[in-house]
Structure formats: C-alpha cells, structure tokens
Design a protein around this ligand. Structure first.
Ligand code: ZN
Length: 527
C-alpha cells in the first residue's frame, strides 16, 4: 500500500539543511520526493511541522538476543530507530563448533543475561532464519564476535593461538562474512578475546579486509592505556589494510579525563595517511558493562567456574581486593574501582532472586545495607549471580563526551545492553531522542548534523548502500518526528519510552503510526 507524507520538513541525512516537500512511499521504496505530489490512492499522513528523516541506525548495540525474544523492540522504534548493529565488543550469538554451544551461551549470558542453548547458532544463516522466522520490527546488521571464533576453535584458554588455530578461526570468520556478516568485532578487555596476540588479530583483520568488511574494536583500555590501546588498534588496521571502527570512544576515570581529543587527533593522522577509521559513542557520561569488568582479565582464565574456585582462597581474595581498590602498577591496566570508587559503580541488573533488591544502588550503598564490604558483596554477586550482574559506571567527563559526539568522525550509537533488570543504563531507551532533541536544543549540533550521525554516516560505514539517505529509489526506512522529541529516561528512572516520534517506516511498512506501535514486523538482516 502506498503512503504519501505531506508537507514535511525533510532532513535528507547528508547534513544538508532541511527543505519542505512531500514524500511518496511505494513498494517499500521512496517513490518520489517533491512539492505537491498527487495522492493517488495513497494513505496520506499530514506532517505538520514535523521533520521527516531516514530511519535512525544504532551503530553499536547489544540487541542480538532481545530482538529474538521481543521482536517489537519498542524502546528502539519509539526513538525512530529502524536498524540496529549487533554483535559488538566480541559478543555474538554465532558461530559455534562442536562443543562450543554451551561456552558461547555462557559467554554471551555473562554480559546480557542467561542465554539458552537454542539461542546460539551454528552460523549467521542460523541466526537469520531464527530472527526472520519470528519477525522483527527493525533491521539488523550483524557483526561476528571474536569470542565466538575463539570459543569454537580453542575454548576459553588463556594463551596465544597456534598457526593452525588462527587458520581455523579465519575459515570460520570467512564463512560468516560470505553469509552477509558486516565484519568482525573485537573485545580486547573481554576474555577470551582479550587473550589474543597481535598475530591472531592481524590474521583475522586480513580476512575481514579480503571480504571488504569492517573491523570494530572495544580496545584494550579506555583508562590509562587509552592512547596505547588506540595505537594498537591502528597498527592492526595498518598491518592488514582493513577499515576500522573504534567502539564507544571515551576516557574513563577522573585522572584520565581530557584524553579524547588526543585520540581523535591520532585517528585524523591515521586518516591523512590513508587509513579508513572512525568511531562511535553514546550520549551519556556513564558506561555499562558486567561486574566481571572490575577484575583484571587474567582473573577469568578458565572461565567463571575457575574464578569461583580461586575466590574460595583467602590469599587470592586478598590480592584481588588490593588490586581492585588500590590499582596495580601498570598504567595501561588500571582498576576501574581504584579510579572512580565503589560509590560510582551502580548495580543495574541482578539475576539472583536473593540479591535482586539491590538493583539501582551503588556497591558502596548496597554493601552498607547488607552489613558487608563492597568487595565482599562483589564476590558474593560473582558467586551467587553467576557473574552475570550488570553494572553502570559513572566515569566519564562531559568535555570528552562533547568532543567525541560533536566530531565529524563520530557515529551515533546507544551501546544498550538490554537484559532483565529494573535499573539499566537509560541509553537503550533514550540515546536517539537525546541526539535529535536535547543535544540539539543544548547547541551541540544543528538537527541536520545530529541526523547525519544517525543515518548516512553509519549507513556508509556498514555498506548499507540503499539506506541512510532520503532519495528517490532508496529503501523507505523513515522516521517522522517533532522538534520537541525527548528522552525522559534517567539513571534513576531508566525504563521510559521516548516521546515525539509519530511515524516510523521500515521498508515502507509502518512500525509506528500516530505515536503507537503497529505490531508490524518487516525487519530483515541486512545488507
Ligand atoms: Zn564495548
């Protein structure tokens, strides 16, 4: 069925100033853009003073599993999002090899909540069949998580890969890229991705390059080692000649504030030398991850069961507490707690029923109320909550955030970690409404530039050649929204749906109409 959107303020996604025109959708595509188009038999939507933009693309999130479980993705479509990029930071739901099914489900579950055996897949085709079989309101771009490759080939072992193992990972990766995966994601703080050496990373980057795809990286440190970790990523990209995306650029911990512009300078220098590299970032001064990120990576050698075994020893616990609270001597591997304090680590999602009442409190507060110390409560959560506790870290500087989110190389993202829990980071519910609303009103950028970061820029980055721009003939992924678009979700009250989006179309089909979800599920794995 055709739709005619009448007299909209059209923001075409390129950054060009808005212009007033009609837009006609036919056969899932943008059939015409111009003044006074004939209605024919089309359903007419009067735009009033609203903006019509390409559907927003979440360049970095962790919606892999939630999109299978909740195909509506309400909090996303109500922000005008029509495409999500999943499989980030080394976490994807495929591929597996004989014996790695449970390992991958456990690994994914540590970050995103308990994951069952039938929620991980042999390959991208398996994930695609499950997702498209159930249907989804929005499109999914899928990266291969490095952890899945490693778990499939060498389990959770803390060591370098042999030449044969490297080649096995490359073959497995190549098969996923051939099936349509958008690239490979590294998670160099997350074991087992963190256990890889340069030879492995460069070999995998070469496979990515051979397929013309993208290498993304949660780099090895966003604290004291930020600059060195950026250089490590750039050297991998240079060695292999691969295009890259540095994930959620930030500098964590007060002593490290002010370093984001230095990283951007390095990226610009690399670009001037011919390296195709950019970055993404969400619009909040706090991050979110799992509790195990408070530990040094070697603590997870052998996986969660091995850690629990070691935690039974008093001497091990003592050493660990000292490292976490006082930090080590290595400036490239700083303890998060030593930088920001237990009071800035908030419990966001707890699976264990006996501890669930602590959600929303800082580890300092929660420990006091339990008559415990923050460290002992952390250990209890690691043991009783299977290491699956979600946390929010208040650790970033507003100046750094502004520098990242207003730079021309920036792609907008949420980095949302959707999982069971009452106090998640609000970014999954508010990032896109925040970019298009609050930050525009606060003068961070004009509306057209905010939209460019959410549309044409990520579309180009992920090779979505028929999306991200409003042009005749392109796929009709569109969002119609009011200039008053707003994100009511806060850290204390995070599960609040954005306001101000009236219509969202995915491939021409309305998933939101008159401010209400329609229940339609036209989404696909793309490109
Ligand atoms: Zn990450």
């Amino acid at each position: 069925m055709d739709t005619l959107i009448r007299d909209a303020r059209i923001i075409d996604g390129t950054g060009a100033p808005w212009f007033r025109a009609d837009l006609r959708i036919s056969g899932g595509r943008i059939a015409a853009v111009g003044p006074q188009l004939a209605a024919g038999g089309a359903t007419v939507v009067e735009a009033g003073d609203r903006y019509l933009a390409p559907g927003f693309i979440d360049a970095h999130c962790h919606d892999d599993l939630i999109t299978l479980r909740e195909p509506q993705r309400l909090e996303k479509i109500m922000q005008g999002v029509t495409t999500v990029v999943v499989g980030n930071c080394s976490f994807s739901l495929y591929p597996i090899a004989a014996g790695s099914r449970r390992l991958l489900a456990d690994h994914f579950g540590a970050l995103l909540g308990t994951t069952t055996d039938d929620e991980v897949f042999a390959d991208l085709d398996g994930y695609r069949n499950a997702l498209e079989g159930r249907g989804a309101a929005l499109n999914v771009v899928s990266l291969v998580g490095h952890a899945a490759l490693r778990l499939a080939v060498m389990g959770f072992e803390q060591r370098s890969a042999t030449a044969e193992e490297r080649q096995a990972m490359q073959r497995l990766l190549a098969a996923q890229l051939a099936q349509g995966a958008a690239g490979l994601s590294l998670g160099l703080v997350y074991p087992p991705s963190a256990y890889a050496d340069q030879a492995e990373l460069v070999a995998l980057a070469e496979t990515v390059r051979d397929h013309g795809k993208l290498l993304t990286a949660h780099i090895r440190s966003y604290e004291g080692g930020l600059i060195a970790s950026t250089d490590e990523f750039l050297s991998i990209l240079r060695s292999a000649g691969t295009a890259g995306l540095l994930s959620h650029l930030q500098s964590a911990g007060r002593p490290n504030w002010g370093n984001v512009p230095k990283v951007i300078e390095r990226l610009e220098t690399a670009r001037s030398e011919g390296l195709d590299v950019s970055f993404d970032m969400y619009p909040y001064p706090a991050g979110s991850t799992y509790l195990l990120q408070l530990l040094p990576p070697e603590a997870l050698a052998g996986g969660h069961p091995a850690l629990v075994e070691r935690l039974a020893g008093a001497a091990y616990r003592d050493d660990l507490r000292r490292w976490i609270e006082e930090g080590g001597n290595d400036p490239h591997r700083q303890s998060k707690v030593s930088l920001i304090g237990w009071e800035n680590v908030r419990l966001s999602a707890i699976g264990a029923a006996a501890l669930k009442h602590l959600e929303g409190r800082s580890l300092a507060d929660a420990a006091a109320s339990e008559g415990s110390t923050p460290f002992d409560l952390m250990v209890r959560l690691i043991v009783e909550d299977q290491g699956e506790t979600g946390i929010v870290l208040f650790q970033l500087d507003e100046g750094d955030l502004h520098a990242a989110c207003t730079h021309r190389l920036h792609l907008a993202c949420s980095d949302g970690l959707p999982r069971i829990g009452t106090r998640p980071h609000p970014r999954g519910f508010g990032s896109f409404a925040r970019f298009a609303g609050r930050l525009v009103r606060d003068g961070w950028f004009p509306i057209e530039d905010a939209v460019r970061r959410m549309t044409s820029a990520p579309a180009q980055r992920f090779n979505l050649s028929d999306r991200g721009v409003i042009r005749q003939g392109l796929v009709a992924d569109l969002t119609l929204f009011d200039a008053a678009i707003d994100d009511p979700a806060t850290f204390d009250d995070p599960v609040r749906i954005a306001t101000g989006v009236s219509h969202v179309f995915v491939a021409g089909e309305a998933v939101v109409a008159d401010g209400q979800p329609t229940g339609n599920l036209p989404g696909k794995i793309i490109p």
